[in-house]
Design a protein around this ligand. Structure first.
Ligand code: SF4
Ligand code: SF4
Length: 367
């Protein structure tokens, strides 16, 4: 390892996007618009090698995601390979494609935790948002099976303009399903969600109400349910440290083996990404140009360069800067200390009257 590389901390978490295939077609999906096809996906053996290398590098936990991970017939073998590498295994699933029999195999393979996503709390909303009739009923069946199997469960709900009204019911549903934790994430505008931003953008009134409801629920359900709430970036005054800082704590491996600093990084024009099939994870993490591009603070423009928050938020999200300002090297436009915020406020005004959900562009790729 070169001397410069010794100053770079190892990653602790990895997102393994096993496939982009998914039976659902949520318009808020953060997968890239150019979805990877089945033929391009890494094999079971490739993933086992990814996990061994990741553990050797310092990764402690892997999040198996997609697309829908259950669209891979070898999901149980993939879980087993991750456990054999010594990783804590979190499975992020819509539940569609899982059966009690497959769940039993996955549990036997050593899955540590399951995050089950819901598109709403009523079948009508959930099936409409997910574009899959009968999906909600299937999810409820698999949630009961997860409870019977005794695996720790988190309920995930991505909220937006068309389902934020169901927020109080999300807490009830989580408790009813035996989840100890619920993660409410307001839609992040990347991938398909960015295509549908005008349709999905919540209003400020909805977001303010949601914050109040979360505060009330946290106090009323303390000791029973942990509530994580990710408010929408666009209504904040200061940005978050995206990925905990670019190239500082985590990495993503896309279905075809492309190794990314964050799952939307491929939207950045001109950036070259290495593939696991060509280089080791160690080479990519410590010496890959894409990881070096926005790591630390040296790349920063003004006013970030002299800002007291530069090592707190690392200038925010590069993909958000690109999406709103057309420049991935600009400060995150959420930041009220920067000129880019004017553009974001204009955009919020322009997208104030959202069209109906039917106007969305639905994500499509078979499961
Ligand atoms: S379409 Fe929906 S369920 Fe499928 S990967 Fe995207 S967000 Fe998840
Ligand atoms: S100026 Fe840059 S570093 Fe400072 S708060 Fe804004 S985005 Fe963060």
């Amino acid at each position: 390892m070169a001397d410069g590389a010794r100053l770079i901390p190892p990653p602790i978490a990895m997102l393994a996007e096993l496939t982009h295939r998914c039976p659902l077609s949520c318009p808020y999906c953060s997968n890239p618009v150019d979805l990877a096809r089945r033929e391009a996906e890494l094999s079971t053996e490739d993933w086992a090698d990814v996990f061994r290398q990741a553990a050797g590098l310092g990764v402690l936990q892997v999040h198996l995601s997609g697309g829908e991970p259950a669209s891979r017939r070898d999901l149980a073998q993939i879980v087993a390979a991750a456990r054999e590498a010594g990783l804590y295994v979190n499975l992020i699933t819509s539940g569609i494609g899982l059966t009690e029999e497959r769940l039993t195999e996955i549990v036997a393979a050593g899955v540590d935790h399951i995050q089950l996503s819901v598109q709403g709390t009523r079948a009508e909303t959930a099936d409409r948002v997910g574009g899959y009739r009968g999906g909600f009923a299937k999810k409820m069946e698999i949630a009961e099976a997860i409870a019977r199997a005794g695996v720790a469960l988190t309920l995930n709900a991505v909220m937006h303009r068309h389902n934020l009204g169901e927020l109080p019911e999300v807490f009830d549903l989580a408790e009813r399903l035996g989840a100890r934790r619920v993660e409410i994430a307001c839609v992040q505008f990347q991938g398909w969600a960015l295509e549908n931003r005008a349709v999905l953008q919540p209003t400020r009134a909805q977001v303010d109400e949601a914050k109040d409801l979360v505060a009330e629920a946290r106090s009323a359900r303390a000791g029973r349910l942990v509530i994580d709430f990710v408010p929408p970036d666009y209504y904040a005054d200061l940005p978050k440290a995206c990925m905990g800082g670019w190239g500082s704590t985590g990495l993503n491996v896309a279905p075809d083996g492309t190794v990314l600093p964050c799952h939307a990084a491929q939207t950045i024009p001109g950036m070259r990404f290495a593939n696991f099939r060509d280089l080791t994870l160690e080479e990519i993490w410590y010496r890959g140009p894409a990881f070096a591009a926005f790591r630390g603070t040296d790349w920063m423009p003004d006013p970030c360069r002299s800002c007291d928050r530069r090592e707190i938020d690392f200038g925010g999200c590069r993909c958000q800067a690109l999406a709103v300002l057309g420049d991935a090297a600009a400060p995150d436009p959420v930041c009220r200390r920067t000129e880019g915020r004017t553009r974001l406020d204009e955009l919020l005004r322009a997208e104030g009257n959202a069209p109906d959900l039917e106007a969305a562009r639905w994500r499509r790729i078979g499961g």
